[in-house]
Design a protein around this ligand. Structure first.
Ligand code: ADE
Length: 230
């Protein structure tokens, strides 16, 4: 049997098209998170809505790995585009991730994680290339590179530029780097697959509600196609 893969989305719209597609579906509630196990297109998976933010995401990833035996985690969801050519419904596949709000700058560079001594946490390169290929095959425009996560919804042009220019990041969201760090520390593979819902500037409060549900559903299609080849 193939290894179990965990799929984490923060919001309902990010997992809502995946859960009904499960066969042999079973549910386990731990804390306030419901873990859905079963087969997705024949692949053994555990799917959960973690809730937004880095703590929720890391906890859910750790639970999937330690309690449900996941050997890889895929983070699915939407993102704010930082790179200027990104528009809603373009995809961003992380090659590595940074926590833009991790700040011990009196001692270390911005984003440097104490105890690990790295700013960026890499993901599994084979999973990232499979995700980029899957998105292209679906006719979706894709950029591959750094994704920045933090416990903030970014909707300010100056903050957007700071994150993009400080870390060379293509997109921002609120969970990916925490999931990547949990996977890195627990020794499992990880991919962060995101579709742009807004441009993380003064237009984000209007665009996010307009595009998030469709972008999340599009992203779930990329995830399903990726799972067929990893
Ligand atoms: N997820 C989608 N858009 C976002 C934004 N602008 N900031 C943080 N997370 C997001």
């Amino acid at each position: 049997m193939s290894e179990r893969i965990g799929i984490i989305g923060a919001m309902e719209s990010e997992v809502t098209t995946l859960i009904p597609a499960l066969t042999d579906h079973a549910e386990t509630k731990i804390g306030i998170v419901v873990y859905h196990t079963g087969k997705l297109d024949g692949r053994d998976v555990v799917i959960a809505r973690s809730g937004a933010g880095k703590v929720n995401a890391a906890l859910t990833a750790a639970e999937m790995i330690r309690t449900f035996g996941a050997k890889a985690i895929v983070n699915t969801g939407v993102a704010g585009g930082l790179e200027e050519t990104l528009n809603p419904e373009d995809a961003v596949i992380a090659t590595d991730l940074v926590q833009h709000d991790y700040d011990t700058t009196p001692f270390d560079p911005p984003g440097c994680i104490s105890g690990i001594g790295q700013v960026k946490i890499p993901v599994d390169p084979a999973m990232a290339s499979a995700a980029a290929k899957a998105a292209r095959e679906l006719g979706i425009r894709v950029l591959e590179g750094t994704v920045a996560s933090g416990d903030q919804f970014i909707s300010d042009g100056k903050k957007k530029e700071w994150i993009r220019d400080t870390f060379g990041a293509l997109a921002c969201e609120m969970e990916g780097a925490a999931i990547a760090q949990a996977c890195y520390l627990l020794g499992v593979r990880c991919a962060v697959i995101r579709t742009v819902s807004d441009r993380a500037d003064g237009t984000a409060d209007v665009d996010f509600p307009k595009f998030a549900a469709h972008a999340a559903a599009l992203n779930a299609k990329i995830v399903r196609r990726t799972l067929q080849s990893v």
